[in-house]
Design a protein around this ligand. Structure first.
Ligand SMILES: *Cc1c(COP(=O)(O)O)cnc(C)c1O
Length: 393
């Protein structure tokens, strides 16, 4: 059958029909364990009753008006997000790339207001910030940029987890107005920086009076064992972008700002037709409420430790496993050579995983994963890694 969908994705030969918690069923009724959550989106798992109830109730009242008017549920969500993050205000949009676009525009305007004509944003190698023209230009992956020149100007790139390189760039370029960085690189291979990396960036941003902008699109909403990953460091950024798990599958993005960054995007300087509409905001409110009510963020930290420890035991004598690393339920298992075939082998074993940066198996299970599912995840993954490395390496 010919597909009428533009071929932007290489898709696996499977179609899911329904889900419940960490389980998915395909269109032939076969059950799979989801250890990817639609790439860190369905943190509460599939068909969560609180999200379901919230969007049903909201859809009976009102789906959309416009940001030309007040939107009560958007105000409530902004209040909850600022309480939970320590930030001051929020711009709502519909995706991660859009949240980063808002951050990039905000940084440029901040620069112009400080008399910098040609503002630049410091970004990292191996970063991922999205697929729009500005965000792919910020992204540190040549494959993402290939074929789309001329790129958006105004990005200066340094290696990730290298404070000296940031210091050097700041000394060299007087037009840097912001640093945009992921607390943990997701697409780049589950790269966890030194514990004080974000603290050092905070200090440098204060010293140079520039904006610290964190892309928490993948790390946020409880994934790493705190609501936002920067909360492990006891710091606050000036700008923070969110999306993915915020709506548990209902598209929503958010750009949070604080202090001097909070009053830069003013009336007429930015906007979105759908951003912060009642449907998306009611889903996100239900997500935040459920995380708190069920204590899911503390559990994410424990479950991540458990999975990582169990994988370490199961794979301890496999010399092809180079590293097992995690923060909460953001887990990477790095092998000593490319292993993207493991995605198909896992699928055949009814387990959904992902491989990033060629050699790193990435697990992003839903925060509601239960002990039996954790056991199954570890056993299945250890089995396929063992078989794969024995057969091919
Ligand atoms: C997924 C992701 C994005 C892009 O989000 P979209 O909703 O696909 O536009 C940006 N940054 C990071 C860190 C991401 O993981």
């Amino acid at each position: 059958m010919t597909s009428h969908i533009m071929p932007t994705y290489g898709r696996l030969p499977i179609t899911f029909d329904r889900g419940e918690g960490a389980w998915l069923w395909d269109d032939r009724g076969q059950r799979y364990l989801d250890a990817l959550s639609g790439i860190a989106v369905c943190g509460l798992g599939h068909a969560h009753t609180a999200v379901h109830a919230a969007i049903c109730a909201q859809s009976k009242k009102l789906l959309h008006t416009s940001n030309l008017y007040g939107i009560a549920v958007q105000e409530q969500l902004a209040q909850r997000l600022t309480e939970k993050s320590g930030m001051d205000n929020v711009f709502f949009c519909n995706s991660g790339a859009e949240a980063n676009e808002a951050a990039i525009k905000l940084a440029r305007k901040f620069g112009h207001q400080s008399g910098i004509e040609n503002p630049a944003i410091l970004v990292m190698e191996k970063s991922f910030h999205g697929r729009t023209l500005a965000t792919l230009s910020a992204t540190g992956n040549p494959k993402v940029q290939q074929g789309f020149a001329p790129l958006v100007q105004g990005f200066i790139r340094v290696p990730y987890n290298d404070v000296a390189a940031i210091e050097q760039a700041l000394a060299q370029h007087s037009n840097i107005v912001a640093i945009l960085v992921e607390p943990i690189q997701g697409e780049g291979g589950v790269n966890i920086p030194a514990t004080d990396y974000l603290n050092q960036i905070r200090t440098l941003c204060d010293q140079h009076n520039i904006l610290m902008m964190l892309d928490e699109i993948q790390t946020g909403i409880g994934r790493t064992g705190t609501f936002l990953a920067y909360q492990h460091n006891g710091i606050l950024p000036d700008v923070c972008s969110l999306a993915k798990a915020l709506g548990n599958g209902v598209p929503i993005g958010a750009c949070l700002a604080r202090g001097k960054a909070a009053q830069i995007l003013t009336a007429g300087t930015h906007g979105s037709t759908f951003g912060g509409n009642p449907l998306a905001c009611s889903a996100a409110l239900a997500v935040l409420e459920t995380l708190d009510n069920d204590d899911l963020i503390a559990l994410a930290a424990q479950k991540g430790d458990l999975i990582s420890a169990a994988l370490t035991v199961a794979l301890h004598n496999n010399p092809h496993v180079v590293d097992i690393r995690h923060k909460g339920l953001m887990i990477g298992v790095e092998l000593d050579k490319p292993c993207s075939e493991l995605v198909t082998l896992a699928l055949q074993a009814h387990l959904l995983i992902n491989v990033t940066n060629e050699k790193t198996i990435r697990l992003l299970p839903p925060l509601i994963i239960d002990p039996q599912q954790i056991e199954q995840l570890v056993a299945t993954l250890a089995m396929i890694i063992t078989e794969y490395t024995a057969a091919t390496l």
